[in-house]
Design a protein around this ligand. Sequence first.
Ligand SMILES: O=C(O)CCC(=O)C(=O)O
Length: 341
Amino acid sequence: MDTKVISTGIPYTSLPESYIRPESERPKLSEVEVCEDVPIIDLCCDDRSSIVQQIGYACRFYGFFQVINHGVSLELVEKMLEVANEFFRLPVEEKLKLYSDDPTKTMRLSTSFNVKKETVHNWRDYLRLHCYPLDQYVPEWPSNPSTFKDTVSSYCKQVRELGFRLQELIAESLGLEKDHIKDVLGEQGQHMAVNYYPPCPQPDLTYGLPRHTDPNALTILLQDLQVSGLQVLKDGKWMAVKPHPNAFVINIGDQLQALSNGRYKSVWHRALVNADKPRMSVASFLCPSDDALISPPVKLTEDGTGAVYRSFTYAEYYKKFWSRNLDQEHCLENFKNEIIP
Ligand SMILES: O=C(O)CCC(=O)C(=O)O
């Protein structure tokens, strides 16, 4: 491979060695089923208690769900995907000006997951942006395509509002005050990963992203409508999540699993690649402020179980997350309280 990224526009005829997973770690595509019953929650429904109940059910039994009538302009969603595609179609030399493999950078084009740490690479390039506060970060975003900054800023604002609405509904579904989660998470950061998965010559030997949970609080994922690839682990089985028109996929992140004292699951998910078509996804992550102390409310520990995880700051958690391989054990395992018999 003579470039650092794989979105070169030149088709690959074989999968480079460094992307090939050992046999036992491969995706086993024939065993994957389509998840026909992914909860689809209509946020425009007048009956708030019904929405809260559906969200509680989805968070507890799935760890993910889809939302429709979510308040983010559908025209803006289209523009977001358009500008993301335009970005990845730029000449490779242009994109490489933004390349970095340093995870602490607030804006970078990168590839795979954590190239300096991992032993096998993943078939993905991604643009990683910090998005809040916008006036601090937009100046460092790509200025090519020329519409990038405006379109992505508007998209980020609307997605943030959606995230806050969902956090209120999730808090209510746990029997907490509507603002409880937002209060604990403090001034939330917002990051974006614009993921681009080029066609892959041997998709059964590798991943776009291997199994992982999201280290943040809540993820709002925009999936390519034409090309599927997202799979989630449900009851021990990998299930493909078919893109639903006009929907976002919402993933519970590790912080909400900890805050809910393990009632809600930060779901294992992975992205598969395919031989024919490139795939795009745009993940928006809402993240606690660095000094937010993540600890469940007393109301959720009173049932005799106590706190499943010890309290930690988000800064501490995030550092731990990036010091590991993506598909290792659940990062929260490192924060578990000892069970006193
Ligand atoms: O591409 C996808 O569907 C999943 C993306 C994802 O899991 C991530 O960016 O963390």
